[in-house]
Design a protein around this ligand. Structure first.
Ligand code: SIN
Ligand code: FE
Length: 284
């Protein structure tokens, strides 16, 4: 399941990396491919947080959110996150040239919180195994592709757990995935609860996310293995198909991308197509 792309056989072909990433969901990069500079090191600290937002982030439009209102710090944080975003984007396009022109930038985040602090609810607790689905930000079927780097300055690892494959995971919860009521998507949009229309696909993914996170027995007994990412390490994941949980660690840079299914080398491996096969209905 975990793949180190160096030395993988099938990567010589132009779509090799993309199809391996799509099939495996997770690629660990060797070495320390992204480093925080000496002049940026002071930014990797909780002191720049506004104390309210979970993370400091950079929107694709260039707005810094969640940072303390100190203009210089905010500009420098913005530059660090933009540098990370540009690096992550070049990485994806170099490894998966077929995504060029299709991959869309999402937010960049600097996560300074200690994962061990937990969350206000089970649904928001990323220490519980889940696939990513955002309640307020439907993707409409696009893939969620993320590039992570553990930038912990004290040399502490980030510990993840990685669970079962997407297909068995989806089959496990299929009976719990309800169809949206007629008018539900419209109403959510109207009330401002979603930033785009929540499609049947988004509703199913949110159903999976919630069903897994809210089930104590699943969290206790589900098949999963530890994934230790040392300080300095980077990794790429389709977090909408990799069942994952973040168990320990602090200080991480993360870049989100969205990819339309048409750009995939193996769209049949996407959560949308797998769910459609299982549920026997169109979702996108
Ligand atoms: C998550 O996507 O569930 C959290 C990942 C992390 O912060 O390590
Ligand atoms: Fe997640």
């Amino acid at each position: 399941m975990v793949l180190d792309y160096s030395g993988s056989p099938n990567l010589g072909s132009p779509d090799g990396f993309a199809s391996r990433l799509e099939t495996e969901g997770l690629v660990l990069l060797p070495g320390q491919p992204f480093a925080v500079g000496r002049d940026e090191a002071d930014l990797v600290s909780p002191r720049w947080s506004d104390g309210r937002a979970k993370n400091i982030s950079l929107s694709p439009g260039g707005d810094v959110r969640g940072a303390a209102e100190e203009a210089t710090a905010e500009r420098r944080l913005g530059r660090l996150m933009a540098r990370y975003r540009d690096w992550a984007e070049s990485l994806i396009l170099e490894k998966a040239p077929r995504y060029e022109g299709s991959v869309e930038r999402g937010r960049t985040s600097l996560r300074t919180r200690d994962v061990a602090e937990g969350a206000e609810s089970k649904r928001k607790d990323d220490r519980r195994l889940h696939v990513d689905a955002f309640a307020s930000q439907p993707t409409g079927g696009k893939r969620i592709l993320r590039v992570f780097t553990n930038v912990n300055p004290q040399g502490e690892a980030r510990l993840w757990r990685v669970g079962e494959g997407f297909e068995p995971h989806a089959r496990r919860w299929a009976h719990r995935l309800r169809r949206p009521w007629p008018g539900e998507a419209w109403l959510l949009r109207r009330l401002g609860a979603t930033r785009a229309t929540r499609t049947a696909y988004d509703a199913a993914m949110l159903g999976l996310h919630d069903a897994a996170k809210l089930d104590d027995a699943y969290q206790r007994d589900a098949p999963a293995r530890d994934l230790v990412r040392p300080a300095g390490a980077s990794w790429i994941a389709y977090t909408d198909s990799v069942v994952h949980a973040a168990m320990r660690g602090r200080f991480m840079l993360e870049q989100t991308f969205y990819l339309p299914l048409e750009a995939m080398a193996a769209p049949e491996t996407s959560p949308a197509r797998i769910l459609e096969r299982i549920l026997g209905r169109r979702l996108t």
